[in-house]
Ligand binder design. Structure first.
Ligand code: FAD
Length: 479
């Protein structure tokens, strides 16, 4: 992957003094509204609250509980992750938050995985790890190593964003943020994962089986998705993945708490631009219209997710694209071993990924409670099925021989990465920002935090903080 020096990227970087003219309501305490209390909104609140010289008063609004798509469900007294579940070992912000708040990691339990094509397993792990590696290499050969190298190179470039953000640089749109990491990242948005892997010499077999299976479990989509999200997805199949003991949503709760922001369980309907450049919010069930110096949207905004009224702005905003439905079905019961041709239910492997695009489910995985190491060994046997449509009774019976309890969560999970939607702007209007524009590059918890820090820097600059000066003060946000 071609690297580029910092200097060549300068033209792409929006230095943070673009909108200084704004007169804040109370210069000693600017007022900021954040709409959404998932990882994006709560980390934006946190970053803003820790910005020297800003001293903001922050209100966070959400129509749903704190955590958003980081959520758990309780089954027979145990909590299980139903949304954002696993983190990559190189997700720096999530790692640092977990350490800073003193949260420990959930005990890792290694399981066996297999690739199922709808009639049989094209690959299945056995008891011997050396043999598993050997048979993977036998099946996919050089392609396995090639993809490993490609993903490693991508992550090296990706990590550059952390030093840019530590140095106070921010970007008004997603394309510029990606370019700063590596100019080739924008090209990856324009071609499919399949085309990108083929171009790199990866075999058709690897693409048809492994790449598709990993895209199906991570994004409910196929190797037709663009190469950037496809590479993020492939990284999500590496070793060393982790999650938080007690549930990942502990992080957004802790961030909100540490930010000192006020939380309001309200649905925001509209953002009104006043003649003095400030904003009022209009709510669904509350007649108040509070005034803010800056507003941050920390939620997807598309026709099929959330839409807002934007009143009195000099131009219309467009939020193209659709969100992919992923249905998460949690089943307490036993997998139908006959369907998968196992000898008995105790021989069923832990993670069944699917390679067949026409199959009615994307993945079937054994799940453990979020507090597995607190004596949860006796927890009920719970399986998580991801599918694009709700499972019928007949489909459930194909997958399970016994069903004691079922929970179904229909997520508008992540964008459809069909290459038809270009990435958008973080800055919608001076003082109005949209974190989730980043999701059209790739949706992940860490991406939400990167978007949030970018927007926090943009908003702080808009509110008159000399963000550039932080470098010379060796400023860094307390993580
Ligand atoms: C099934 C599933 C599995 C996933 N697995 C992983 C994974 O393993 N690893 C990973 O890194 N990522 C994963 N993700 C993606 C990850 O969960 C998301 O990218 C991330 O949690 C998004 O956080 P967010 O704060 O941007 O948005 P959200 O969590 O969606 O938060 C936005 C919040 O805004 C609120 N809101 C919306 N409109 C309004 C309004 N008008 N007024 C007030 N409030 C409003 C909503 O109530 C919502 O709670 C997964 C997602 C899903 C659905």
């Amino acid at each position: 992957m071609a690297g580029s020096s910092f200097r060549t990227m300068i033209p792409l970087i929006i230095l943070l003094f673009i909108c200084k003219s704004h007169q804040v309501l109370d210069p000693s305490q600017p007022r900021i509204a954040i709409v959404g209390a998932g990882i994006s909104g709560t980390s934006a609140a946190y970053f803003l609250s820790k910005t020297p010289g800003l001293n903001p008063k922050i209100d966070v609004y959400s129509k749903d509980p704190v955590g958003g798509r980081m959520a758990t469900v309780n089954i027979q007294g145990y909590d299980f992750e139903t949304g954002g579940s696993v983190l990559h070992p190189r997700n720096r912000y999530m790692k640092q938050f977990a350490e800073q708040f003193g949260f420990k990691r959930k005990k890792g339990i290694s399981g066996k995985f297999g690739l199922y094509d709808g009639s049989h397993f094209v690959y299945s792990e056995g008891d011997w790890s050396v043999m598993n590696v050997a048979s993977l290499l036998w099946r996919y050969g050089f392609s396995l190593l090639k993809v490993n190298t490609l993903v490693g190179e991508m992550l090296n470039q990706f990590e550059r964003i952390y030093s840019f953000q530590d140095d106070g640089y921010a970007f008004s749109n997603v394309a510029d943020l990606l370019s700063a990491m590596d100019p080739s990242f924008n090209l990856m948005l324009e071609r499919s994962l399949e085309a990108g892997l083929k171009h790199a010499g990866v075999s058709n077999l690897f693409i048809e089986e492994l790449a598709n299976a990993i895209m199906r479990v991570n994004y409910g989509q196929s190797s037709d998705a663009h190469q950037f999200v496809g590479s993020v997805s492939l990284a999500g199949a590496e070793t060393g993945l982790w999650s938080l003991h007690g549930g990942n949503k502990k992080i957004p709760h802790a961030l909100l708490n540490a930010s000192g922001a006020s939380f309001h369980n309200e649905e925001v309907e509209a953002i009104h631009l006043n003649s003095d450049g400030r904003f009022s919010l209009r709510f669904k069930e509350n007649d108040e219209m509070p005034l803010y110096d800056a507003v941050i949207l920390a939620t997807p905004v598309t026709n099929d997710t959330s839409m807002f009224g934007f009143e009195n702005f000099p131009r219309q905003f467009h939020f193209p694209g659709r969100f992919h439905q992923t249905v998460c079905t949690m089943v307490q019961g036993d997998v139908n071993h006959e369907t998968f041709q196992f000898a008995d239910s105790s021989s069923v492997i832990d993670d069944i990924f699917t390679t067949n695009r026409t199959l009615f489910f994307n993945s079937l995985a054994r799940n453990y409670p979020v507090d597995i190491d607190d004596g949860a060994e006796n927890a009920p046997s719970v399986w998580k099925v991801f599918s694009n449509e709700p499972l019928s009774k007949r489909e459930l019976d194909i997958l399970f021989s016994t069903i004691n309890e079922t929970f179904v969560i229909k997520w508008k999970a992540y964008p459809e990465y069909d290459g038809t939607t270009s990435t958008g702007n973080f800055t919608l209007h001076p003082g109005l920002y949209h974190i989730n524009a980043i999701e059209f590059a790739a949706s992940a918890m860490e991406m939400g935090i990167i978007g949030a820090r970018n927007v926090a820097l943009l908003a702080a600059s808009h509110l008159g903080v000399d963000v550039q000066d932080r470098k010379t003060q060796s400023f860094h946000i307390e993580l």
